[in-house]
Design a protein around this ligand. Structure first.
Ligand SMILES: Cc1ncc(COP(=O)(O)O)c(C=O)c1O
Ligand SMILES: N[C@@H](CCOP(=O)(O)O)C(=O)O
Length: 421
């Protein structure tokens, strides 16, 4: 299999353009990156972007902040930008103490322009769409992808079409897609059904697909891993032992693994220094955890999925063939958490001043569970990825938080109500 951590840098094939090409991750078949629209290889195998010259940390020095700081690791020097990336790597001292690890940092991707990590993928993906000259951009979405597609599509002056599972997308995300002028189709089905439909539309040439099945999206998302490594080392003089992240369609897991593989290929990172990728899913939607626990080469589709963390309410993670080697190849693991634990973790983060949507809190819930089970050790340096902002899902935040208390319009009554003199 070609996705090994220590695989050597492949030689650029004739089809490469400026040292960039696409490769089928199963067969190794190569394709020109921008001559035609192509999402998959033979038999629907996943594609990935490959480079003749993988990056080193030196390449990033003095290149500004955000996703495009890492242009040496990307197919272009600039994209359709709002701009994105350069998100905070928060300390969470009380939570660290509760969890019991050497250090804990929270990489809060909710601080991107549309409030989720999807912006990192879209800045590259929409740039590719411009290069290919496509007209209409589309995605299936549990919400965040649609918000990012709508905003970046608008920025790029392109039409956008989003397919959402009816009644299962948080209010903030639908509002974003609506205001950024996306055409919104609500499908009587789940996210996986929406993705089936949008793939069909893409195969017919009706739309350009910008879900994470599109290999260029994942190039932008690699920069999460690059930022974590750079910033953690700057503060601590070493890389983190583990990165814990929520898993839905498994794009981020695949993207972070790819970022690390490329640094290993260039000699910038020792394989022993690569953080253990640790995926967390909601118990009601956990096909990746199932595959890891059973040692399966791929996931089996879950047709019924349910969780409060609607962003990761996904039963058929399309990137599993990239993400499973990522978890295994880095010595990581995967764990499922109940909805109650997700809400509790959302409150834990909120008490540190970090406001996240439920799916994001899954990473912290998963860390707590793995620490309790002794899978994560007390001497570990851990980074948890929080993927989306609290305001994405105001209903969930309201349910998890304190309820407003009605009081009379009278100072005395208010004083009495709060128990003051
Ligand atoms: C907020 C949030 N967290 C996590 C995920 C999961 O990310 P991935 O699909 O890359 O596994 C998603 C979307 O899938 C999301 O919107
Ligand atoms: N959580 C995602 C699901 C789709 O994931 P993608 O990364 O394949 O676009 C969303 O926000 O829609």
């Amino acid at each position: 299999m070609s996705l090994e951590l220590t695989a050597p840098t492949p030689e650029a094939p004739d089809v490469a353009e400026d040292g960039v090409w696409l490769a089928d991750i199963e067969t190794g078949e190569t394709y020109a990156p921008f001559d035609e629209i192509r999402y998959t290889g033979a038999d629907g195998n996943l594609l990935e972007v490959r480079y003749a010259d993988p990056p080193t940390f030196e390449d990033f020095r003095g290149q500004g902040r955000g996703v495009w700081r890492y242009h040496a690791a990307l197919p272009f020097d600039e994209g359709v930008s709002l701009p994105e990336g350069a998100t905070p790597l928060h300390r969470a001292p009380r939570l660290r103490e509760t969890v019991g690890v050497r250090s804990l940092r929270i990489k809060h991707e909710g601080m991107n322009p549309t409030g989720s990590f999807k912006d990192r993928g879209m800045t590259v993906g929409v740039r590719v769409a411009q290069k290919l000259g496509v007209g209409r951009l589309a995605c299936a979405s549990t919400g965040n992808t649609s918000a990012a597609l709508a905003a970046y599509g608008a920025r790029g002056g392109m039409q956008t079409l989003v397919l959402l599972p009816a009644g299962k997308v948080a209010a903030g995300k639908v509002a974003q897609a609506a205001l950024h002028d996306a055409r919104i189709l609500e499908v009587d089905g789940n996210f996986d059904n929406c993705l089936d439909i949008v793939q069909d539309l893409a195969q017919r040439g009706e739309v350009y697909l910008l879900n994470s099945l599109n290999p260029f999206r994942l190039e932008g998302q690699k920069t999460i891993g690059l930022e974590i490594l750079e910033e953690f080392r700057e503060d601590n003089g070493r890389f983190p032992d583990r990165i814990v992240l929520p898993v839905g369609n498994a794009g981020n897991t695949s993207a972070l693994y790819k970022a690390f593989r490329e640094l290993v290929q260039s000699g910038a990172l020792d394989p022993a220094e690569v953080p253990k990728l640790t995926g967390v899913q909601a118990a009601g939607s956990a096909p990746m955890v199932e595959a890891i626990e059973h040692g399966w080469p791929d996931t089996e589709r879950w047709n019924e999925v349910e969780t409060i963390a609607t962003a990761i309410r996904i039963g058929n993670p399309v990137n599993a063939p990239k993400a499973l080697p990522g978890i295994r190849g880095t010595g990581g693991t995967a764990v499922a958490v109940e909805d109650d634990a997700i809400t509790e973790a959302q409150r834990d983060l909120a008490k540190e001043g970090i406001g996240v949507e439920p799916a994001s809190a899954a990473s912290v819930a998963g860390l707590k569970k793995l620490r309790e089970k002794g899978v994560v050790g007390s001497e570990e340096d851990v980074v948890c990825l929080t993927t989306g902002h609290l305001l994405k899902d105001p209903d969930a935040a309201y349910e998890a938080g304190n309820k407003p208390e009605p009081v009379p319009n009278d100072p005395g009554a208010v004083l009495e109500h709060i128990g003051a003199q």
